[in-house]
Design a binder for this molecule. Sequence first.
Ligand code: GDP
Ligand code: ZN
Length: 459
Amino acid sequence: MIETDTIAAISTPIGEGAISIVRLSGKEALTIANRIFKGKNLHEVDSHTIHYGKVIEPKSDVVIDEVMVSVMRAPKTFTREDVVEINTHGGIVAVNRVLEIVLENGARLAEPGEFTKRAFLNGRIDLSQAEAVMDLIRAKTDKAMGVALRQMDGRLSQLIQSFRQELLETIAHVEVNIDYPEYDDVEEMTHALMREKTNKVSEQIEQLLQVAKQGKILREGLSTAIIGRPNVGKSSLMNTLVQENKAIVTDIPGTTRDIIEEYVNVRGVPLRLVDTAGIRETEDIVEKIGVERSHQVLKQSDLVLLVLNYHEPLTDDDRHLFKAVEGLEYIVIVNKTDLEQYLDLNEVKELAKGHPVITTSLIKEEGIDALEEAIRDLFFRGDIESDDMTYVSNARHIQLLKQAKKALEDAKASLDMGMPLDIVQIDITRTWELLGEIIGDTASEALIDQLFSQFCLGK
Ligand code: GDP
Ligand code: ZN
């Protein structure tokens, strides 16, 4: 173990607001807890047990709060150190007082992320798992939470480890080749092996990068534009989605101030809906500067909801909108089905080229379920629940994966040019290092400090 002093902080568990926990970690955790705890002798209880008692101020013997104390001895703890958790229920004043007394009796206030940092430094978790803890703290929807949990589980780490293992094998083969140049067939084999492994690993990295986009969406919300001619029901759609789905409270950095956005959670898909002002702007752009330009504006949307009017025949403006959303994820909403039909639905379906076409009457609240299902299906296609996929949702991981992929492409190019294997190997080794940075194997001290300082206090 690297650090030896005992740290403490208030650490309220996710999803529980009523009780607060003061968590201690370190060699002296039990001794300090014993000093302030009236109840069983915590040195004598079994590990991973919970005990009722009182926290007292040792000098005066004044009772501060009734508590439950969990005792968890090293090494089977989050930090791999002795951990004591004091569950208080006397509200914020009491919990602060308990922390104060713990600090007066030998513990030091933990720095932000220090518990997680210790877990990392003591080998309990790797860097990608530590970052997942951070994501958990910030997770906005249940699904995003699930992704973070899976990552914490170590799925991403396992995958990265397996890539590195493949690469290491080829590196080892090249070493053999250099050490025993007299075996001609080794040269042949190594070339073929390198080609095979680089292809295999680079394909797998590509797959990870593809799901990474979903991870980003989960964390930041799909930027969603509602477009359509005036009066088709865009504002009504926005209102319906906001009312039906609890808005997500967000603290995403970099959210543009001048555009007001609504965050809603539609069946686990977080949508960032641009408000009517923004939508009108989009409309204007379609009308004034034409399809080409509006296409560029729309390109920044992850999802477009294209609204048409069931009660009117299709117009050229409508047809232009179909052109503008070409190549994007979009859903067509044919609204006002409570009124007489003037729209040719067959033409709409043809124009939609396989994209979902949903009919709604927003006024009668019909078709909203179908719309919400279409949104969910578009982005999850059912497989996020079947869980075998590893989601990469961290910007640093994505960056490193891209660099790793680039290094592998360099290796392939060198192979194609018939470069000597020890040259090719430079790129393979580089890939191996880049992947290692994801799980913290080759991460520098500075990076580790910077990452952990982003954590909330008490995690
Ligand atoms: P926007 O201009 O596209 O934002 O359209 P609005 O949402 O402001 O709606 C225009 C008008 O259509 C309003 O009077 C709405 O009440 C009405 N409207 C919206 N949805 C429906 C619907 O499903 N049926 C009917 N009959 N009217 C609707
Ligand atoms: Zn409107």
